[in-house]
Design a binder for this molecule. Structure first.
Ligand code: SAM
Length: 296
């Protein structure tokens, strides 16, 4: 494929020498579960301890907020944040977490033309060359397009990135957390979008905004559960404190009320609670322990 595609432009716009992620702090543009509440870090600490890990690798660590929260909750847990230009270690023990990383791994976009042929989209989102090779095989298997004008985000680059992580796992668990979909419910026109300073915007690949597309969770392989179910299994609850506490210990009441509010945002099935948690373990022990901790 000779012509530059949208994926090429997306790659340069986010990670090129003057790319969005070279200049910007993610938290200035969008809020992830990490920013919503330390309860998210607490749940991951619980998961790490449940699988017997003494190390968390945070892949796509942004400004390192998750690592700081983990350290303050459990100083004995080692945390390694991996960002652009950091080398992914050859062996990754313990728990690897990639929160909202894969949606930022650029992928090819495809659109079905009037003759029913899938074509790659170009940087200006017009159709270009015919989709072929592994991308075509992926589309056929994971995201068959039905009607002319239907669009798909081809997951091969995300699958490759994730299998590169899994190949380095050393007896622990790798967990990708992201917004996504499975084959039974792909969105007909795809999910490509942009974010700038907290607002959704057109995904123009000029480096001025974040560009993201939901993740085809099932093609990654592994076990899928929702963030809502996973966090509840790990002890996060949005129950409000009792009115009695308001009388006996008002400060604690206010703190617990605020924490319940944060938990409900993390658990909201139409928001962060609807994110997918996709995990794979190596070794029987890690798989058994993770299954128990995540109640799957
Ligand atoms: C959406 S942000 C998520 C940040 C953080 N995980 C959070 O939940 O707040 C995605 C991050 O992944 C990083 N990233 C993208 N590709 C990467 C790669 N190949 N290696 C390491 N980090 C990467 C970006 O620089 C960015 O900071």
């Amino acid at each position: 494929m000779a012509a530059a595609t949208f994926r090429d432009a997306w790659q340069t716009a986010l990670y090129g020498p003057d790319g969005f992620y070279r200049r910007e702090r993610p938290a200035a543009h969008f809020r992830t579960s990490v920013h919503v509440s330390p309860l998210f870090a607490a749940a991951l600490v619980r998961l790490a301890r449940a699988i017997g890990a003494d190390r968390i690798t945070d892949l796509g660590a942004g400004s390192g907020e998750l690592g700081r929260a983990v350290r303050s909750l459990d100083p004995d847990l080692e945390v390694a944040g991996i960002e652009l230009d950091d080398e992914l270690p050859a062996r990754i023990p313990g728990l690897l977490v990639a929160n909202e990383w894969l949606d930022n791994v650029p992928c090819e976009l495809a659109e079905l033309d009037p003759d029913g042929v899938p074509r790659y989209l170009l940087p200006d989102l017009t159709p270009g060359p015919v989709v072929e090779g592994e991308d075509l095989a992926w589309l056929t298997k994971w995201w068959p397009l039905a009607e002319p004008g239907d669009r798909a985000e081809i997951g091969t680059s995300r699958d490759d990135a994730w299998s590169g992580v899994l190949g380095r796992l050393d007896g622990g668990v790798a967990l990708a957390i992201d917004y996504g979909h499975v084959r039974a419910g792909r969105p007909a026109y795809g999910t490509l979008t942009g974010f700038r300073q907290g607002r959704e915007c057109d995904p123009v690949p000029d480096g001025s905004c974040d560009i993201t597309a939901h993740v085809a969770l099932d093609s990654l392989g592994g076990t899928i559960t929702s963030q809502r179910d996973a966090l509840r299994a790990l002890g996060i609850s949005a129950s409000r404190p009792s009115q009695d506490l308001a009388r006996t210990d008002p400060l604690r009441y206010v703190a617990e009320l605020s924490s319940a509010g944060e938990a409900s945002e993390l658990l909201d099935p139409s928001g962060l609670g609807g994110f997918g948690w996709v995990w794979t373990g190596t070794g029987e022990d890690a798989v058994r322990r993770a299954s128990r901790a995540l109640a799957v």
